[in-house]
Design a protein around this ligand. Sequence first.
Ligand code: FES
Ligand SMILES: [Fe+2]
Length: 453
Amino acid sequence: MNHPINRQTTLYPHVPADSLAAKRPDVDNSGVAITGKRYYRKDIFEQEWDRIWTRTWHLAGPLCDLKQPGDFFTYDFMHESFLITMQADRSVKAFYNVCPHRGNRLVYTEHGSMEAFTCLYHAWVFANDGRRLAIKDPESFESVDTSHAACLSALRCEVHAGLVWINMDDRAPPVKEALGLPEGLLEMYRLDEMVTVSRQVQEVTGNWKLALENVIEGYHFDVVHEPFRMPEFVNPLAIQYDLHRNGASSWFAPFGQPTFKGEQTALNESLKGFLRNAGVDPETFKGTAQDVRPTVQKLKRDHAVRAGFDVSGFIDEQFTDAWGVSAFPNTLLAMNFEVVLLQRLQPHPKDPERYFMTPIVLYRPGSVSGTGLPPYLSVPGMDLDPKSIPATRRYRIEDGFKLGPLIEQDVDIIEKTMLGVKSRGFKGPIWGEQEQRLRHFHAEYDRYMNGDK
Ligand code: FES
Ligand SMILES: [Fe+2]
């Protein structure tokens, strides 16, 4: 049997050419080549702050975490912290989380509801729209110009696709334009109708770009995730990769189908688990391995329709497959109808060889039809019926890895790769067709770092 290589793979040949699921035209990034230096050199790490992080859009959090006026959450990135607040008219504002009096960090809670924030140092008070409301002992400031501290310091903030985005650069293009994603690709998931069921922060060894690269290619699936029996339920060679504007890219990864290298008829243990997860007893299942994926798709779609969801914009495959999207520089989403995994890979504030994984899991209430969310789109410890926004669980490197065995396999190999990319003998990565999203990312990275953007 002659299987296509990924660059040409069209996973859903039945969809019309203007569908969001259709294969996009190729982008030629063939001139891009890099060395290992950008993964470990301190000067490059520091340049990233000036040339990338202060100029691009950050996913601060999901809009569903701000339910009513007065609600707020904080978003920490490297040495900065930001305060995101919902206004009386339900618009959203963002501020640097710092008191303009003497520089104390203003808010230490990660989310809550407050009309005003009082600084812990000298009790100046600020409204949630940033205005200074009170100075303690105002008479002692009568002869002092405080006009430059009349407000919290604001930064760009836009809501797009049910997500709150912030940008430190006043001249940056609007978020929708800057992300470069096809119109509707995020919007169709109606993320504002979902709820946050898990928030975690895990410190890990390695450069943030090595971690990003790992998430956007499936070439390692049947090697690194062999112990997770991944070849039994996903076929890396069937993944459709697409490249978009401004360094963004996506993949559509078919789950519930064994690799072409494996058994295509009998049900393996992973496919049995896949059926069980969807509420089907594998012992009474009459079909072959090839029938598993469409069976689960139909079952989940029927459940969603019965539960009253509008699924008209979704193709059947979106009920099993993971649609992974990356927006430059560090925003990653993995989506199916029931669940969306938001991920921001964050560098350590000082160390190029450490980063943080910050997964937030969003769940569409009432959508799950079987025994739980698919394991490849979830993390341990989720409560699918949360009474409030879950508190972030934080793990340092010394606490061990807590985000589950699948991601731990990735983290282990990234740690080992971090050792290798520093070698004088490493001449830079070689990217194949299944790694085209990596080349596309680094082309955009170079544009920012070289001053072309
Ligand atoms: S630093 Fe905030 S009131 Fe003084
Ligand atoms: Fe992986």
